[in-house]
Design a protein around this ligand. Structure first.
Ligand SMILES: *Cc1c(COP(=O)(O)O)cnc(C)c1O
Length: 425
């Protein structure tokens, strides 16, 4: 058998990788191992150029930026939506970019949750990123309902993953709406969205997903998933920029539904500037826009999506799986003896784009990694998330990451750090 823990072996994998050239389009720091692309993806030349172009268009055209022949930013959200739709197998008109993930959760709950006396509950899971839950709870309160009654939380059996059978068992006749993550942000568990949507719909329940930890890493097929709505941020795997304008998917079946939160930017484009008193929404995802699009923030997303032209998400997913598989193999072979365990599901069909590395001394090890010029991501109390983003991470980087970790454990360098965490982990 090949020795996997070998720089030459890793380099051979890189030579055989057809996506390897993409890395050259990103700003990387020599010697630095960036494993936090699932918190903030790296800046690309493409994103930078698009932002610069928007600045130049503003300089040159002033107000003309919106509708000039060369600029036409008036429909920018639709054009970016079309590029994004390709990545998730949705129809071009089903995706738009607006607001933040959190606000888009508010928008979707406001649009799709129509509580009645008998069917009024919202189903979430215990492990989703908390902002989704905060938004749902405040929506429940806004309607004068009590979250203690109207919010149903599917518990985790092992504190890491959510059992899909448990979610389905919780789909009782009083549930009106379900909001779940595609990939869990700590354990990287990938839910079977197609199955969950089918089960929800067969019970008359609306269902939507938060794709923050899968978009740009997992090759979703929304034509088959066929959920009602989805939200996501564009700054993680997609590298759209810090706080980049977020994504929103509305299934075309629902285009004639009234947006829960309306605003003039969602109006029919042909009558928007007639400034009529009555709102008439655009019959596509863009109808869920509210206010004027943040062009500079959208431009980063637009530019970053250029990376995907001529690239299939299937190829990105395959490389992502190969990178995380290699990382797990090296953890088993070289790091398990120091007390490390893998906290994510191991099957390809059940894991997203990162590896959940667990250790009782994770706080200090994480600090030592940072000192060794690795950028990891710590989640209290014992998880180090490692995301080898396929767009710019080499197999060589995975090898080097493990080599530095072994060194930290061998030399006990981590004992030089405090095991207390600061306010921003
Ligand atoms: C990152 C993330 C968010 C972030 O929400 P913002 O409104 O973009 O700040 C929300 N939900 C999940 C699941 C996330 O992973």
């Amino acid at each position: 058998m090949n020795n996997l823990f070998d720089l030459n072996y890793a380099r051979a994998l890189d030579r055989a990788d057809s996506l390897a050239p993409l890395r050259g389009r990103f700003y990387t720091v020599p010697g630095r191992i960036y494993m936090d692309g699932n918190s903030l993806g790296l800046c690309s030349v493409d994103a930078e150029k698009a932002v610069q172009r928007a600045m130049d268009d503003w300089k040159t055209h002033g107000i003309g930026i919106w509708t000039g022949a060369e600029t036409d930013y008036f429909l920018y959200h639709d054009r970016i939506g079309e590029k994004l739709a390709r990545l998730i197998g949705a129809r071009p008109e089903e995706v738009t970019v607006c607001a933040s993930t959190t606000l888009n959760v508010h928008q979707c709950v406001a649009t799709f949750w129509k509580p009645t006396k008998d069917r009024y509950k919202i189903l979430v899971d215990e492990l989703n990123f908390p902002t989704d839950r905060y938004a749902v709870v405040s929506q429940i309160r806004l309607r004068g309902l009590d979250p203690a009654d109207a919010l149903v939380t599917v518990p985790s059996r092992d504190g890491k993953t959510i059992n899909e059978d448990d979610i389905i068992a919780a789909m009782t006749p009083d549930v009106a709406l379900i909001l779940l993550p595609s990939v869990l942000y700590r354990s990287a568990q990938l839910l079977d969205m197609e199955r969950l949507s089918r089960e929800a719909h067969s019970r008359g329940i609306m269902i939507g997903f938060d794709l923050c930890h899968s978009i740009g890493a997992v090759d979703h097929d929304f034509a088959n998933i066929d959920c009602d709505f989805a939200v996501w941020c564009n700054y993680k795997y997609l590298s759209g920029g810090p706080g980049a304008t977020a994504g929103l998917y509305v299934n075309h079946r629902h285009f004639d539904r009234e947006p829960g939160l309306s605003g003039w930017w969602g109006n029919r484009k042909d009558t928007q500037f007639e400034l009529r008193p009555d709102f008439e929404h655009d019959l596509r995802a863009g109808g869920w826009q509210t206010g004027t699009g943040p062009i500079l923030s959208m431009a980063g997303v637009d530019g970053a999506l250029e990376i995907y032209s001529g690239v299939e998400m299937k190829a990105i997913r395959e490389k992502s799986l190969a990178l995380t598989r290699y990382l797990m193999e090296l953890i088993d072979a070289e790091l398990a003896r120091y007390g490390f365990t893998v906290g994510n599901p191991r099957e390809d069909a059940r894991r997203g784009g990162h590896v959940c590395l667990e250790h009782d001394d994770a706080v200090r090890i994480n600090e030592a990694l940072k000192a060794a010029d690795v950028v990891p991501d710590f989640r209290y109390p014992n998880v180090i998330r490692l995301a080898p983003v396929a767009q710019y991470t080499r197999f060589e980087d995975v090898y080097e990451l493990v080599r530095r970790l072994v060194e930290i454990m061998e030399t006990k360098a981590y004992l030089n750090y405090s095991d207390k965490i600061g306010p921003v982990a």
